[in-house]
Design a protein around this ligand. Structure first.
Ligand SMILES: [Fe+2]
Ligand SMILES: [Fe+2]
Length: 377
């Protein structure tokens, strides 16, 4: 049996020392190479035998948008104002909920100035991580074009490559033009992307990227889209989400077919990979780099974050797309419910019966809705 140590590098999931010991050492590097040697697969079978993927491909062709002309880039963004609006919605300090007693901690002395600065840094950090994650998606999807053996999947993946280039483009532009600073990739996110890319099995790219990373992104974008009062970011996220919903659906539809052929032992490896990815993504949301930049003791800050139950509840919502999609793929209950048990320990199993993305992607296509509205006007 694979141990926690082998999967996630530590025995206890909540081992804070071990979580914080993972840091980025080469923050000034401009390049990062990951060694991988998957086979590039040609197929001579050009028949269109997968109607669900063909339908997705048609949808992708008509829902392309232009990052340069379809978003209101002339919107003035006052980052502090955005933070103050978030604070007004979320309670006094905009970060910790009332569950946590800050007396005796470094935060007890903080005034508006520091809380606003934290909000600004958190936003710079969050959007920076989205940007790096999008580049991960760009690379993974280009990989899938080469490695997936089905022609309908190659066609679809090719449209996703364009989508991801657009996503990298919009997040980079938003950070450069509207926010006040970049962060390097979070160490836990980088470990996860490295793991996905280093695995040469084509279906593991899908599981790591389309199901786990993009499933989480879809929920996270939805969350911020709902919360933010900033109109440019709102529309940007709405459009990115339209694409992401298709991407996750692509993962679900492809893996559903492929997993039906796998043995119990092979499925178990996929379950372990999903668990490892889930833990890495949870670790990344502790935003250790922000605490560091704010000059507070990282361990002390992260401990308080972990004690904040209301915050934890919102954070578990980030898994609200991943869990139903894993269920649809049969990953939750295979092998005596190994993954069900792990997701229960992570506190996210309650989402298992929420709608899966293969069923809902059409309803999330805001680009198509906007086009229909313009055509009908
Ligand atoms: Fe994306
Ligand atoms: Fe995507």
């Amino acid at each position: 049996m694979t141990t926690n140590k082998e999967m996630i590098g530590r025995d206890e999931i909540d081992d804070l020392e071990a979580i914080l010991s993972v840091t980025n050492t080469d923050v000034d590097a401009v390049m990062h190479a990951v060694n991988a040697s998957p086979d590039a697969i040609f197929t001579w079978d050009y028949s269109r035998s997968r109607p669900a993927l063909a339908k997705l491909y048609e949808k992708a062709k008509t829902s392309q948008w232009n990052a340069t002309t379809d978003l209101p880039w002339d919107t003035e963004v006052d980052q502090e104002k955005v933070v103050l609006a978030n604070m007004a919605q979320n309670g006094e300090n905009g970060f910790f909920s009332g569950d946590v007693d800050l007396a005796g901690t470094p935060f007890a002395k903080w005034g508006d100035k520091q809380w606003i600065e934290l909000g600004v840094e958190s936003q710079n950090w969050t959007l920076s991580q989205f940007l790096h994650g999008e580049q991960g998606a760009l690379i993974c999807t280009a990989r899938i074009v080469e490695t997936v053996p089905w022609i309908d999947a190659k066609y679809y993946a090719a449209t996703q490559v364009m989508d991801e280039a657009r996503h990298v483009e919009v997040f980079a532009k938003y950070l450069d033009d509207k926010l006040s600073g970049h962060y390097p990739i979070n160490a836990h996110l980088r470990l996860l992307l490295d793991d996905i890319i280093a695995d040469s099995r084509w279906d593991m790219t899908y599981l790591g990227m389309q199901i786990m990373v993009e499933g989480l992104a879809l929920a996270a974008f939805g969350f911020i889209h709902q919360l933010t009062t900033e109109p440019l970011l709102k529309k940007l996220l709405r459009y990115v989400m339209s694409d992401e919903a298709r991407h996750v659906a692509f993962g679900v539809l492809s893996l559903k077919e492929y997993y039906a052929e796998l043995t119990q032992a092979e499925i178990r490896e996929r379950q372990e990979f999903a668990f490892e990815a889930a833990v890495r993504m949870r670790d990344r949301f502790l935003q250790q780099e922000v605490w560091d930049r704010m000059g507070v003791n990282v361990k002390e800050a992260v401990k308080l974050v972990m004690m904040d139950e209301t915050r934890g509840m919102f954070q578990s919502m980030l898994f609200s797309k991943i869990v139903p999609n894993c269920k649809k793929l049969g990953l939750l209950d295979a092998g005596d419910g190994w993954l069900r048990q792990r997701f229960t320990e992570l506190g996210v199993i309650q989402f298992e019966d929420w709608v899966d993305t293969a069923d809902e992607y059409g309803s999330l296509d805001e680009v198509a809705k906007d086009r229909a509205a313009v055509a009908g006007a």
